[in-house]
Design a protein around this ligand. Sequence first.
Ligand SMILES: Nc1ncnc2c1ncn2[C@@H]1O[C@H](COP(=O)(O)OP(=O)(O)OP(=O)(O)O)[C@@H](O)[C@H]1O
Ligand SMILES: [Mg+2]
Length: 376
Amino acid sequence: METPFVFGKIATEKNFTDREQETACLVQNFVSLINTIIISPRRWGKSSLVNKAAELAMEQDKNLRVCHIDLFNVRNEEHFYSLLVQKVIAATSNRWEEAVESAKKFFSRLIPKISISSGPTNEVSVDSEWEEVKYNPDEVLDLAEKIAREKGLKVVVCVDEFQNIAEFSEPDYFQKKLRSHWQHHQHVAYCLYGSKRHMMLDVFTNASKPFYKFGNLIFLNKIEASCLVEFFQGRFVDTGKRITVEASRLIAGLTDNHPYYAQQLAQLSWLRTKEVCTEETVREAHAALVEQLSLLFVTITEALTTQQLNYLRALIAGEKSISSTEVMHRYRITSTTSISRSKAALVKNDILDNQAGKYSFQDPIYAYWLKTQYFV
Ligand SMILES: Nc1ncnc2c1ncn2[C@@H]1O[C@H](COP(=O)(O)OP(=O)(O)OP(=O)(O)O)[C@@H](O)[C@H]1O
Ligand SMILES: [Mg+2]
């Protein structure tokens, strides 16, 4: 029998819950070609949300095409340009022949470097020796607009892990180039999202950076506990089992409403359930999950400095004023400078999230493990 929960994959259809407001807003932005920036920590559901909104928007507007580019592995401009070309051509062509036509038509100079393989997905591959494009990327950067205009389409280009462009060799100059082209596009909008909040904020909210005020900024929240409770109950019932309200609430509570972990813990609880999932089942499943992840947590913890660990211990204990002399002394924190340094490093390494000066753990299970196993 198929299990009712997914994690680590894009959540679609029955596996997708909540996010009604965000979905509606994103669909509206796509259809109206408004640039959007989405920021949230890892695994909170950006890709699932963008995917859902893209489908709904394309259903609503038959002339709309959405393409998705993931910069997860992309480390230089050339790679970015080749992906942009591939995805835009594939998304705006219905058939392979049409993709070939587009490539020929829109690329006078670059045509020898583009090859198109037949197949169900209109695979367009672009030769890797693209250095020259770097010096004259106008054709590539305006491609989506050009195609959209010619074909009477609207195009939304979604770029995942956008903060990675900050690691290209001349990031500011590159961003300037992108922005100077993209801001003139009338038939294309951009949806840029990423999980490194500090880097995304720097790109989009720093007044001296090219992408300052580029579009509508959305900070994704975790999923509401009440939605999760309803979701778990529905999925259990769909598969001939039941879960009590208390057990559902416990899953949401133990995972701090973290979408990925909520689904994972629900799955583990479901697997342990014969008929009715109770709080006891959830607790067992949770213990198994913590156990399963503990090796990984040990590795993460070994990479931390003593000062970082001291700071985390104080944070986990719920200390309100960590920078007070008394608290610093109690947790052996050497100075307020040490606190600032620890915070910065922990945010940079994705252990903590900084929401307007409020620091919290990105991984609720890691926080639990530190509290109940490491720091005791
Ligand atoms: N709307 C949702 N309803 C239910 N579960 C969700 C939802 N969105 C995300 N999830 C859960 O969270 C997991 C991660 O979602 P997704 O990959 O969309 O997040 P992400 O923010 O893009 O992650 P990453 O930072 O790894 O790219 C999914 O596999 C699913 O288990
Ligand atoms: Mg994602």
